[in-house]
Ligand binder design. Structure first.
Ligand SMILES: [Cu+2]
Length: 303
């Protein structure tokens, strides 16, 4: 990839990350995408993207620490008072000292605390009380079962704690392009966000004899695809999108036709700069989701 193309790609990635970020934090107080490994030190950056409904500014944020999370410290904010209560039900509270230091509704900010996550996998819910110049919003709803916040009006901020060896990478909007009988290959697409930098190095799926991460590359005037040498780099906190016409998972030697509505299990394998290997099992629906870019639908495979 030429430096010019690389720059364009990075700009695209940054733009995508910003877009997804905006939609994710427009109303809710959330943690960044991605999980934490059991027993690890975790920096929890609570994202506030909007004041309470009808309010002009956020004047306070109080995070109730879930059981099993051991706080080490919280980041001070200029113009804000920081109260840390470690004993009992722990709480970290930031309060704007003057109306001038309050966070305007149009601005986004991160409130950061650090600590150790439990030694057992599970879901941690951080309940967050946001106070504003007028009113308050209590982000404290937890699903009755499972860990999906879909359908909750004011969900608590969620952190998934995963076992050693399981990747902490967040996988969103994943799908596989449908194929017709006799077709030998197809593509899979998704958005990946790694909380700490890593690389997608290999993929396997029982649905195909072979699966590779491909990039599109201009050779003269011709757009060609090829296996990405060394895997797909996932910089910390940046959303990297695999999409038609761009990076994609190339599935070849399909075991059968993939009809819309079917699902495809896939194992994604990662390796970070220190050589630590992790894996993630995901299940992808077959068929483009609503709003997916189908423009690159002509997924011709020429090697
Ligand atoms: Cu390909």
């Amino acid at each position: 990839m030429s430096p010019k193309n690389l720059t364009t790609t990075l700009k695209t990635i940054a733009a995508c990350a910003m877009l997804t970020g905006v939609s994710a934090v427009f109303a809710h107080v959330t943690l960044p995408p991605g999980a934490a490994t059991v027993g690890s030190d975790y920096s929890a950056a609570f994202r506030v993207g909007h004041a309470c409904q009808g309010a002009k500014a956020t004047t306070g944020l109080a995070v109730r620490l879930p059981k099993g999370f051991v706080l080490s410290d919280a980041q001070a904010r200029k113009g804000w008072k920081l109260d840390v209560q470690k004993s009992g039900d722990g709480e970290v509270r930031w309060t704007a000292e003057t109306p001038d230091s309050a966070l305007p509704s149009s601005e986004r900010a991160e409130f950061v605390l650090r600590g150790k996550v439990p030694a057992a996998p599970g879901t941690l819910w951080f309940k967050v009380l946001q106070t504003c110049d007028t009113g308050a919003a209590d982000w404290a709803e937890v699903p009755a079962s499972g860990n999906s916040t879909a359908g909750l009006k004011s969900p608590a901020a969620r952190l998934n704690v995963v076992a050693q060896g399981v990747a902490t990478v967040d996988v969103r909007d994943a799908w596989v392009r449908q194929s017709v009988p006799g077709q030998s290959g197809t593509g899979a697409f998704m958005k990946l966000t790694a909380p700490t930098g890593t690389k997608l190095v290999s993929i396997s799926t029982p649905a195909a004899g072979n699966a590779e991460v491909h990039e599109m590359k201009m050779e003269g005037d011709v757009m060609k695809m090829r296996e990405l040498p060394g895997g797909l780099e996932l910089p910390a906190g940046q959303t990297v999108e695999l999409k038609p016409g761009g990076y994609h998972v190339m599935m070849t030697d399909l075991k059968g036709a993939l009809a819309k509505g079917a699902s495809v299990p896939m194992t994604l394998k990662f390796e970070d700069a220190k050589g630590v290997k992790t894996a993630l099992d995901v299940t992808l629906p077959v068929g483009a989701p609503e709003g997916a870019d189908a423009a690159g639908a002509a997924h011709e495979h020429k090697h």
